[in-house]
Design a protein around this ligand. Structure first.
Ligand SMILES: Nc1ncnc2c1ncn2[C@@H]1O[C@H](COP(=O)(O)OP(=O)(O)O)[C@@H](O)[C@H]1O
Ligand SMILES: [Mg+2]
Length: 286
């Protein structure tokens, strides 16, 4: 839908009056960016909100998992869930409207390493909180799921759609034969470490750290993960290409962010930092 379309939304969000400014299509659902002139009647809402509805083929179990985990995540570095409501008769997650995701930013420009390091630390604070508070890992860390408000350096982690309890296994139950192909684990091609395809491998912080290592590289040189996967395929070749691209960035920038990228993108999860706290220590000023 073009941004010039201003249809009225038949929503329960505190009564009518929201207009659709944009619709964004995601993997699990659509995100509607809404605004209204006058203040909303419901004090939980703002004049500008973003509302996520879920595709009909997404299982109820996944939707409940996302909403339940998200409700417990109140942290300055996490996009909050303001309410669960209905939008055009579809179950909807209402959140404050952000200005965009880091993906659009890094397809146009890159960040100075010191600025990138601040962003990475903030993402780590969010991940550390989610694990400490709810015992969950995010498992879909990528630039599209890191939103920003007012400035691209003011980030908030979003999309807990496939977040999982620390006690769960690496692949989604019932998703089939995991080791034979690179297509059976839940997550985003390119951002998942190789262990995510091994059903025997337990989920640990190492999986989110692998993704974050790639995001950190992209912050300093611009987006490359999706392009490399498109070029080489989502297979061993793609993984090797990504790995050498990240190693190159790590060498090029050096310092603690370079060490962070090199350690986090190690193909063997045992060689990555052991926890989010250890990763934060790595990024502490030396
Ligand atoms: N609160 C928000 N404000 C602005 N844009 C958002 C917001 N939430 C999500 N988006 C945009 O919508 C996209 C899809 O949302 P996301 O929750 O990641 O859904 P999916 O699970 O389908 O990937 C995001 O990548 C981002 O670009
Ligand atoms: Mg997403």
């Amino acid at each position: 839908m073009s941004s010039t379309t201003r249809a009225r939304v038949d929503a329960r969000l505190g009564g009518d009056g929201y207009a659709i400014d944009t619709t964004l299509f995601g993997g699990m659902g659509d995100v509607w960016l809404l605004s209204r002139q006058d203040p909303p009647k419901d004090p939980r809402f703002e004049a500008r909100v973003a509302v996520k509805t879920f595709h009909i083929d997404i299982s109820e179990k996944l939707v409940v998992n996302e909403l339940t985990n998200w409700l417990g995540l109140c942290h300055p570095r996490i996009t909050p869930l303001l309410a669960i409501d209905y939008l055009n008769w579809h179950l909807a997650a209402v959140m404050p409207r952000m200005d965009g995701s880091l993906y659009e930013v890094i397809t146009k420009k890159s960040f100075e390493p010191t600025v990138a390091m601040g962003i990475v630390r903030d993402i780590l604070f969010a991940l550390e909180f989610a694990l400490g508070e709810l015992g969950i890992y995010h498992l879909d860390i990528k630039p599209q799921n890191i939103l920003w408000l007012n400035s691209p350096t003011n980030v908030k982690v979003a999309d807990w759609g496939i977040s999982r309890l620390a006690s769960a296994r690496a692949t989604t139950a019932g998703m089939g034969n995991a080791s034979a192909t690179f297509t059976s684990a839940a997550g985003t091609p390119g951002y998942m470490g190789p262990e995510r395809f091994d059903p025997e491998w337990p989920i640990t912080a190492a999986s989110d750290l692998y993704s974050l290592g790639l995001v950190a590289s992209e912050l300093v040189v611009g987006a490359f993960v999706t392009d490399l996967i498109r070029k080489h395929g989502f297979n061993e070749h793609g993984l090797t290409a990504l790995n050498s691209a990240a190693a190159k960035v790590a060498n090029q920038i050096g310092g603690s962010l370079g060490d962070f990228i090199a350690q986090c993108t190690a193909l063997d999860p045992r060689q990555r930092p052991a926890s989010f706290t250890d990763a934060l220590r790595l990024l502490a000023d030396r």
